[in-house]
Design a protein around this ligand. Structure first.
Ligand code: BEZ
Length: 209
């Protein structure tokens, strides 16, 4: 087995990192990447990461030539061009824009979920902004409802960028926001997730308990 040529700034709790790890599993590229643990929050930055990504966000991927890619969407696109199997991001045509839009909606669920997590976990309870929190939760509910109503068949046909992004978003809801009880309003998504969460790529990238 050849030595890794790339370094991924990694934290097992980050759903954005998980997207990258799932794609590495699915495309057989795990051995190309060394993991560099990054412990950070919006109020406790990682100095080493900041040198490679001034935004201080993970994932960031340092390539063999020293160039650094971020964010997760860019890294997924790059890695999808580095394997010989079927692309997980369609290269062109309407499929490309549709799958990327579904992936963007899943990322929007993640963005809202992580913002809620930071507000609840890092800010003093008396400073919590209840209306803002509820507006973020509403974004999550609305996007899940659209996946439930319109996208189950598309998700089922291919475990690609859209499916990976949504699976990681649902995994994060289970991890940090079980109180949202997302399965109750989305039984078809729940059935889909029950299946895809058993893929080796998902089992081996579960967030820490
Ligand atoms: C979390 O612990 O929820 C988390 C960690 C890293 C990035 C985003 C979220």
């Amino acid at each position: 087995m050849s030595a890794p040529t790339m370094t991924l700034f990694h934290n097992p709790a980050s759903p954005y990192v998980r997207k990258v790890m799932v794609l590495l599993h699915e495309t057989g590229q795990l051995n190309r990447v060394a993991l560099q643990n990054s412990q950070l929050s919006p109020v406790s930055p990682d100095a080493a990461l900041n040198r490679d990504n001034p935004l201080g966000k993970i994932p960031a991927l340092r390539l063999a030539d020293g160039n650094v890619l971020h964010d997760s969407r860019v890294i997924l696109d790059y890695l999808d061009h580095q394997h010989v199997g079927n692309p997980l991001i369609p290269r062109d045509g309407s499929a490309r824009w549709r799958r990327l839009t579904l992936a963007s909606m899943a990322d929007g669920i993640l963005d809202a979920s992580v913002l809620v997590r930071y507000e609840v976990a890092l800010r003093a309870p008396e400073k919590h902004w209840a209306e803002w929190l509820e507006a973020q939760r509403d974004k999550i509910r609305r996007a899940l409802a659209v996946f439930e109503a319109d996208a189950i068949a598309e998700l089922t046909c291919h475990f690609d960028v859209a499916a990976i992004s949504l699976a990681c978003a649902l995994g994060y809801l289970d991890f940090r926001h079980p109180d949202l009880n997302w399965r109750a309003a989305n039984p078809k998504l729940a059935g889909w997730y029950a299946e895809v969460s058993q893929r080796p790529s998902m089992l081996e990238t579960q967030p820490p308990v």
